[in-house]
Write a protein that binds this ligand. Structure first.
Ligand code: ZN
Ligand code: ZN
Length: 412
C-alpha cells in the first residue's frame, strides 16, 4: 500500500465508522475511545462525525504504557475506588443517548507481568461503577461500535515473521481494510448487503426456535439450552431511537442468548484469547446446570481463574454465536490475538452477561426479569473461540427432534 493509498483507505474507514458504525445523526453526542497512537484516525472520525451533524465529539485517549504504570504502581485505594466524577461523566453520556466508538489497537500482552489481583480489582471496581453505561450499551439503548486500528505491538504479535515494524503494521492494516470491506468500491453499500445476508440467517434460526444446541468436536460435547423467545441477531442492530448501527466491524456472526442455567457437558477453546492484557491458551471447561464446575488453560490459567471469579454470572454463558469456518477471517489463517477478529473466524461463546435484545421484549425488562428468563447477568462479558472445521452442531426442537445446523464447521 502506498502512502496515498493508505491515506485514502483511512479516510474511507473513518467515514464507515461514523456513518455505518454508529450512524451519526444531527444532534448526536459521540464518544470515541482510542489510543494516542491512533490520533490520525481519531481526527478523521471526529471530522466525519461533525460532518454528519454531531452536536459534540468527545475523545477518551488511552495509552498501554500509562495504563500498565497505573495498574502496577497506583495506590490500591485508587484501584478499588472509581471517582464519582467518572461515574457522573458516563451517566451524562447515557442521559444524552451518546453513541460510543471504541477503536481497539492494544498490545494483546500489554499487561503481562502485572499482578493479576490488582488488574482484577481494578476491572471489578470499574465494572461496578460504570454499570449504567454497560447496561445501556448491552441493551442497545445507545449506538456503539467496536473497530480496530493497527497498533505497533499488536501487529508485531500477529506478524512476527515480517522484518520491520512498518511492514508488520502495514500487513495488519491491510487485513483490517480487507475484513471491513474498505477495499470495496463502496464500503457503505457492501456493508448494507452483508448486513442483509446475516439478518436472513438470523431470521431462519428464529423461525426454528430451538430449545437447545448440541455441539460436538474433538474435546467438545456440550448441550446449550436456549431460552423461550430468544432472538438471533445478525450484524446490524437498532438503538432506542430506532436508528441502525453496526456493533462490530468486522462481523461475520449471528448470535443469541443461551439459557444460563441449562448448559451441560464440556468444551475446549480453539484459538488463544487475549484478556486483561494477557494471552490465555487451550482452555477447557466443564459445565453442569449452566455453571462452570471445572476448567483449565495451558497458559494464563490464573487470569482465567480471576475472570471466572468476577461474580456468579462470570461462571455462566451469556452468548452463543455461529460463524462458519469458511468465513473470510478464518480462511486468512491468521491468529489476530484480538477478539474482534478471532471471534469472527470461529463459533464462539461468551462468559458473562447476555444481551437483553437477544430476548423478545428483553430491552424493556428489569435485570431481575431478564435473569428469571434465563439471561445471564454479570459485570463481565468475554468471548472465547470454540469453532473449528471439525465442529458439528445440531438444533434440538421442543419435541426432541434434531436438525443439523453445522457440519464440519460450516452451515449444514
Ligand atoms: Zn459474538
Ligand atoms: Zn460477545
Amino acid at each position: 500500500m502506498s502512502t496515498i493509498e493508505f491515506e485514502k483507505n483511512l479516510e474511507k474507514y473513518a467515514q464507515l465508522i461514523a456513518e455505518v458504525g454508529v450512524n451519526v445523526q444531527k444532534g448526536h453526542t459521540v464518544v470515541i475511545q482510542v489510543s494516542i497512537d491512533q490520533a490520525p484516525l481519531a481526527r478523521l472520525v471526529t471530522a466525519h462525525a461533525y460532518k454528519l451533524g454531531a452536536a459534540e465529539v468527545i475523545l477518551q485517549w488511552t495509552d498501554d504504557f500509562i495504563q500498565k504504570e497505573f495498574l502496577t504502581h497506583a495506590d490500591s485505594d485508587r484501584l478499588e475506588n472509581v471517582p464519582q466524577y467518572r461515574i457522573d461523566q458516563t451517566d451524562d453520556w447515557v442521559s444524552k443517548g451518546a453513541s460510543r466508538i471504541s477503536i481497539v489497537s492494544a498490545n494483546p500482552d500489554a499487561l503481562a507481568g502485572v499482578d493479576t489481583d490488582r488488574v482484577a480489582t481494578y476491572q471489578s471496581a470499574t465494572g461496578k461503577a460504570l454499570m449504567n453505561l454497560r447496561e445501556a450499551t448491552q441493551a442497545n439503548r445507545v449506538s456503539w461500535t467496536v473497530v480496530a486500528a493497527a497498533g505497533k505491538e499488536w501487529a508485531a504479535k500477529v506478524f512476527p515473521d515480517l522484518a520491520t515494524s512498518d511492514e508488520q503494521v502495514a500487513a495488519l492494516w491491510k487485513e483490517i481494510f480487507k475484513t471491513t470491506r474498505i477495499d470495496k468500491e463502496d464500503p457503505v453499500l457492501a456493508w448494507k448487503n452483508h448486513d442483509e445476508t446475516l439478518a436472513n440467517k438470523a431470521a431462519e434460526l428464529n423461525k426454528e426456535q430451538f430449545t437447545a444446541l448440541h455441539y460436538t468436536a474433538p474435546g467438545t460435547d456440550l448441550t446449550i439450552g436456549l431460552p423461550k423467545n430468544h432472538l438471533w441477531e445478525g450484524a446490524g442492530s437498532f438503538n432506542a431511537r430506532g436508528e441502525k448501527f453496526m456493533a462490530n466491524m468486522p462481523t461475520e456472526e449471528v448470535f443469541t442468548a443461551p439459557d444460563a442455567n441449562h448448559v451441560d457437558g464440556y468444551i475446549c477453546s480453539t484459538k488463544p484469547l487475549s484478556y486483561a492484557g494477557t494471552t490465555i491458551t487451550s482452555m477447557k471447561f466443564t459445565f453442569k446446570d449452566g455453571k462452570v464446575v471445572d476448567f483449565s488453560a495451558e497458559e494464563g490459567q490464573d487470569v482465567l481463574a480471576k475472570l471466572l471469579a468476577t461474580d456468579e454470572g462470570a461462571k455462566h454463558l451469556g452468548e452463543v454465536a455461529l460463524v462458519p469456518d469458511p468465513s473470510p477471517i478464518s480462511q486468512s489463517g491468521i491468529i489476530f490475538y484480538n477478539t474482534l477478529f478471532d471471534e469472527n473466524a470461529s463459533n464462539h461463546l461468551a462468559l458473562g452477561s447476555a444481551y437483553a435484545f437477544n430476548l423478545q421484549g428483553g430491552t424493556e425488562m428489569s435485570q431481575e426479569e431478564l435473569k428469571a428468563a434465563g439471561l445471564n447477568r454479570s459485570q463481565t462479558h468475554v468471548d472465547f473461540m470454540v469453532g473449528s472445521a471439525a465442529m458439528n452442531i445440531d438444533g434440538i426442537k421442543a419435541d426432541g427432534s434434531r436438525v443439523p445446523i453445522f457440519r464440519n464447521g460450516d452451515w449444514a
